[in-house]
Design a protein around this ligand. Structure first.
Ligand code: UDP
Length: 414
C-alpha cells in the first residue's frame, strides 16, 4: 500500500471534507478499525482499500486490512452465491453453504479481529460475524446491488433464497452500509448509504503524459490511427462483454462507413473470482474473425496500462447488467472520457444521462450513442469535463473515508 496523507488531496478535494476528516480523526484517534474482504488483488473493493486504509492510518486511527483465505470450492461457492444474489439462477447446494460457513469459522480463528470497529466487505466474509464480541462495532459493507426490484430491461432481482441465507448473518451486525438508497433491504438494523470512490493519485488514475499513453498503447497493440472504444472489466457475465460486442457489431453495420473504429475489451481476474477464464473464452469466440476487436487479458496489477487505455479511449463503455457501483466508470469520468453505460445500479449515480455521459439500454441505443459521440467529439469533451467535476465532487477517497468515519463516530457516540 502507498502512504497517503490528507495534504496530498489539497487542491483536489473540497477543503471542507478534509477539515471534517481531520476532526473525525481526532475524535477516533487510538481506535482500531479492521477491514476484511476476500481478495487483495482484483476488483473494486481491493482497489478502494488500497488507498482508504493508509489514508485512515494517516489520521492516527489504527487501521488494518485483513483478507479472508479460502480454497477453490469456497470461491466457487461464493461466486455462485454472488451470481444468485444478482439474479442468476445458479445451483447453490447445501454442501456449498456449509463449506462457506466452515471457511468463515476457520478464518474467524485465524484472523485477529480484536478491534473497536470491524468493517466486513461483501458476502464472502459476512459469516465471520458469528464469532463477534458484543463489545465491538461490526458493520457490514455491501458493494453489490441487492435491490429487489431492478428497473425493467435489466436482470431479475436477487434470488430471495440466497438473500434469506445471508440476511441471517447480516442481522447480527450493528449496521449495514449500502452504496445507494435503492439498495436498501428490509433489515432490523440501521442502514447507511455510502457510494464508493477512486483515488485520483493512484497509478490507475494519476495523469500520464500523452507520449507515455501512446507508448503503452502501442505495446498493447492498440491501433494509433483508429477511434478506440474501450471496456475495462473482469471477464464476468454481469459485465456483459458479449453484449458489448453485439452492440459494437450493430454500430459497425449501421454506421460502419466513415467510422474507422476498433473495440478493446481489457480485463483480468480477481483471486476470488474463479469464472474469469470460462467467460474470457466465450468472449474470444464471439470476437473471432473480427480484426477490429482486440481482447486484452491483463493481470490485476496492470494499473498503468489500464490508466493508459482509459486515457486513449475515444469512448469508454460499460455495459453491466448488474453493477454495485462500477469504479471503471468513475475512472473514465475522472479522465474526462465520454462514457456510454447501461443504466445499472450505481452507474446511475455517476452517469447523468446526457450530462456526464449517456445511459443506453438496447443495442440500438448503444449503436446510436456511439455513433453520435464519435461524430461529435466536442459534445464528448463537454460531457467528459462535466464527468470529471462530478467525480471530483462526489467520488474521491477522502469523501468515502469521511462517510465511513461519520457512521463510526455516530455509532460509538464520540
Ligand atoms: N480492473 C483492473 N484490471 C482489470 C479489470 C478491472 O485493474 O483487468 C480494476 C478497474 O480499473 C477497477 C476495478 O478493477 O478499479 C473494478 O472495479 P468495478 O467496481 O468496476 O468492478 P468489480 O470488479 O468490483 O465488480
Amino acid at each position: 500500500m502507498t502512504r497517503r496523507d490528507l495534504s496530498d488531496y489539497r487542491g483536489i478535494v473540497d477543503p471542507e471534507i478534509l477539515d471534517e476528516l481531520q476532526d473525525l480523526g481526532q475524535r477516533l484517534r487510538g481506535k482500531r478499525i479492521v477491514h476484511v474482504n476476500s481478495t487483495r488483488l482484483g476488483g473494486g473493493v481491493a482497489e478502494i482499500l488500497y488507498t482508504l486504509v493508509p489514508l485512515s492510518q494517516s489520521l492516527g486511527i489504527e487501521t488494518e486490512w485483513l483478507v479472508l483465505e479460502g480454497d477453490p470450492p469456497f470461491f466457487e461457492a461464493t461466486k455462485a452465491f454472488h451470481n444468485q444474489l444478482q439474479g442468476e439462477a445458479v445451483p447453490l447446494t447445501p454442501e456449498m453453504l456449509s463449506h462457506y460457513q466452515r471457511i468463515n469459522e476457520q478464518n474467524a480463528r485465524r484472523l485477529d479481529l480484536s478491534a473497536d470497529v470491524v468493517i466486513v466487505h461483501d458476502p464472502q466474509p459476512a459469516a465471520l460475524v458469528t464469532h463477534r464480541p458484543k463489545s465491538a462495532l461490526w458493520l457490514w459493507r455491501c458493494h453489490i446491488d441487492l435491490s429487489p426490484k431492478p428497473p425493467p430491461a435489466l436482470a431479475r432481482g436477487p434470488q430471495r433464497s440466497a438473500w434469506g441465507f445471508l440476511k441471517e448473518y447480516v442481522e447480527r451486525y450493528d449496521a449495514a452500509i449500502f452504496t445507494m438508497p435503492r439498495f436498501a433491504q428490509g433489515l432490523p438494523i440501521p442502514q447507511h448509504f455510502v457510494p464508493p470512490s477512486i483515488d485520483p493519485l493512484s497509478e490507475k488514475n494519476r495523469d500520464l503524459p500523452p507520449e507515455e499513453v501512446a507508448a503503452i498503447c502501442e505495446e498493447l497493440g492498440v491501433p494509433s490511427d483508429r477511434k478506440v472504444l474501450v471496456q475495462v472489466s473482469r471477464f464476468d457475465r454481469f459485465k456483459d462483454p458479449i453484449g458489448v460486442i453485439r452492440a459494437y457489431k450493430l454500430f459497425r453495420e449501421t454506421y460502419g462507413r466513415g467510422h474507422d473504429a476498433c473495440l478493446v475489451l481489457a480485463g483480468g481476474g480477481a483471486t476470488d473470482d474463479p469464472e474469469g477464464k470460462a467467460v474470457l473464452r466465450e468472449v474470444e469466440a464471439h470476437a473471432e474473425g473480427c480484426e477490429d476487436i482486440l481482447i486484452l487479458e491483463r493481470p490485476p496489477t496492470s494499473h498503468r496500462e489500464i490508466n493508459a487505455l482509459q486515457r486513449r479511449a475515444d469512448v469508454v463503455l460499460q455495459r453491466s447488467t448488474r453493477e454495485g457501483f462500477g469504479l471503471v466508470v468513475t475512472e473514465a469520468l475522472w479522465k474526462r472520457r465520454p462514457v456510454v453505460a447501461a443504466p445499472a445500479g450505481g452507474i446511475t449515480l455517476q452517469v447523468l444521462d446526457g450530462l456526464t455521459g449517456f445511459l443506453a439500454a438496447s443495442d440500438e441505443e448503444w449503436a446510436d450513442r456511439l455513433a453520435y459521440l464519435l461524430e461529435h467529439p466536442d459534445a464528448g469533451a463537454r460531457m467528459g469535463e462535466a464527468g470529471h467535476k462530478h467525480v471530483r465532487q462526489h467520488f474521491v477517497t477522502p469523501r468515502e473515508l469521511r462517510d465511513y468515519l461519520r457512521v463510526i463516530a455516530e455509532h460509538l457516540g464520540v
